[in-house]
Design a protein around this ligand. Structure first.
Ligand code: TRP
Length: 458
């Protein structure tokens, strides 16, 4: 069955949807904590360089492949290189989407639970006591059904948006949620900066401390640049496939990386000014969001409002990202199998929710499958996707353009929508080569670490 391809309704809608994919849990909890821990502005400089050199070129590469073929990853590679193995890069993307969304949905559920908890005054008893907050969090996530219950709610909202289509679902909700995320974060950042002592948080985040920047910090910056821009699994190919020829892809990609970076920094300001003003310890990772912040917010006047605002904006950020991940799977079944959008989304949304429930169970909810992988199934899915599948996907995307499709074809497509701009082929070749090489190094470093017990760098 041939269906007419859906398209974005407006250029702004596309940019907000693509940046909605990029802006996610990664921006709000990961960037601030790794920047703070690895030299502040010294880390941020390296990170910006990675975003501009590696990130920008691969975002554009994905947009170009998607728009040219008007297909999601598997179909796209098959169309540009028929009867070759290149379509496996597309399948790898669909597989990565399964792996990422299974645990991402669980975290989405935790966020929803924390909105409810904050609204109902559940943070009040945690004021000033990260230890109690830590116990509450651990008891919750290691429970059997409660986390799964919230995960199902998160996934249902995600499925519901996607069923409404590219324009009527993804675009419509991105246009509502992205501005809200920015406004709420800005309010929280101003609140934080006006707290006495808040500026210490700014120093933690923005003072360049080059002596703290290590080789492993640099590798971290590279890996994060990749994850935060949603690269390597064909998300941007899929979103690009709903574009028409008039769009200027360079300009759109610059908007996406600008919004992604600006929001990550704003999140850093909002979080660290508040944490430092109250003399709390800036923990890393999930602890910062689910343990430190719930113990800090109730110490502020109007704490319920600030806490609820924070978790609502985090929920929206997670949702727009989760949508982009599920859309890769949905688009595969629509494009390659001729399924209806509704059938594809519901079936595979449900399958991913069930796999995700096992991620949640593996944290302690009674079903122990940790023994099989040596680590919890949750960490296994996380590590497998972000350390291996995404970088491998991104590397092959760059190699595909360099070696198979060819720079001239790539430039012909890129030029649509940017009439008076001459794209120098040598520049494209250099950027994609650097991108592929750098990612290859990250993958090698990971694999080396598994076998040698210690990373080459990091
Ligand atoms: N970029 C998102 C974040 O920062 C996560 C994400 C969404 C993602 N879609 C993706 C990561 C696709 C890799 C690939 O949280």
């Amino acid at each position: 069955m041939i269906q007419k391809r859906e398209h974005w309704g407006s250029r702004m809608g596309f940019i907000l949807a693509a940046s909605g994919s990029a802006v996610g849990i990664g921006n709000i909890w990961k960037y601030p904590s790794i920047a703070g821990q690895n030299g502040g502005a010294a880390f941020t400089l390296v990170y910006l360089a990675c975003i501009l050199v590696v990130g920008l070129s691969i975002v554009i590469a994905e947009f170009v492949i998607g728009r040219n073929t008007q297909l999601s990853p598997v179909g796209a590679f098959e169309k540009l290189a028929p009867n070759t193995s290149w379509k496996w890069v597309g399948f790898l993307g669909v597989g990565s989407a399964f792996a990422i969304l299974s645990f991402y949905g669980v975290v989405g559920g935790w966020i929803f639970k924390y909105i409810i908890m904050s609204l109902t005054g559940g943070f009040d008893t945690l004021a000033g006591s990260p230890d109690t907050a830590g116990n509450v969090f651990n008891t919750f996530i290691t429970g059997l059904w409660a986390p799964v219950f919230y995960q199902v709610i998160f996934m249902t909202v995600c499925i519901w948006v996607i069923i409404h289509g590219v324009k009527g679902g993804i675009e419509k909700w991105s246009k509502i949620m992205m501005p809200l995320i920015i406004i709420l974060l800005a309010v929280l950042a101003v609140r934080g900066m006006t707290l006495p002592g808040g500026s210490e948080g700014l120093a933690f985040l923005f003072n360049p401390r080059f002596e703290e920047l290590t080789a492993s910090g640099i590798v971290l910056a590279l890996g994060h640049a990749f994850f935060t821009l949603s690269l390597g699994m064909g998300t941007m190919i899929t979103y690009g496939s709903y574009l028409g020829k008039k769009e200027n892809l360079l300009n759109s990609a610059l908007w996406v990386i600008f919004l992604d970076t600006a929001i990550a920094m704003l999140a850093g300001v909002a979080i660290f000014t508040t944490v430092f003003a109250l003399g709390a310890n800036p923990a890393e990772g999930p602890g910062l969001i689910f343990v430190v912040l719930p113990s800090v917010f109730p110490q502020l006047a109007g704490g319920t409002v600030w806490g609820t605002m924070f978790f609502i904006l985090l929920f929206m950020a997670a949702l727009t990202s989760a949508i982009s991940i599920l859309e890769v799977v949905t688009a595969y079944f629509i494009d390659q199998k001729g399924w209806s959008r509704k059938k594809a989304t519901i079936r595979f949304g449900a399958v991913i929710t069930v796999v995700g429930a096992f991620c949640s169970f593996s944290l302690g909810g009674g079903i122990n499958i940790t023994g099989i992988f040596g680590i919890s199934f949750f960490d296994f899915m996380d590590g497998l996707s972000s350390k291996y599948m995404l970088p491998i996907g991104g590397m092959f995307t760059a190699i595909f353009i360099l070696k198979k499709w060819g720079i001239p074809n790539f430039i012909n497509e890129l030029k649509n929508g940017m009439d008076h701009f001459n794209v120098p082929p040598a520049l494209i070749r250099t950027l994609l080569t650097i991108g592929a090489a750098v990612v290859a190094f990250i993958i090698f470093n990971e694999i080396y670490a598994v076998f040698a017990g210690k990373a080459l760098i990091g």
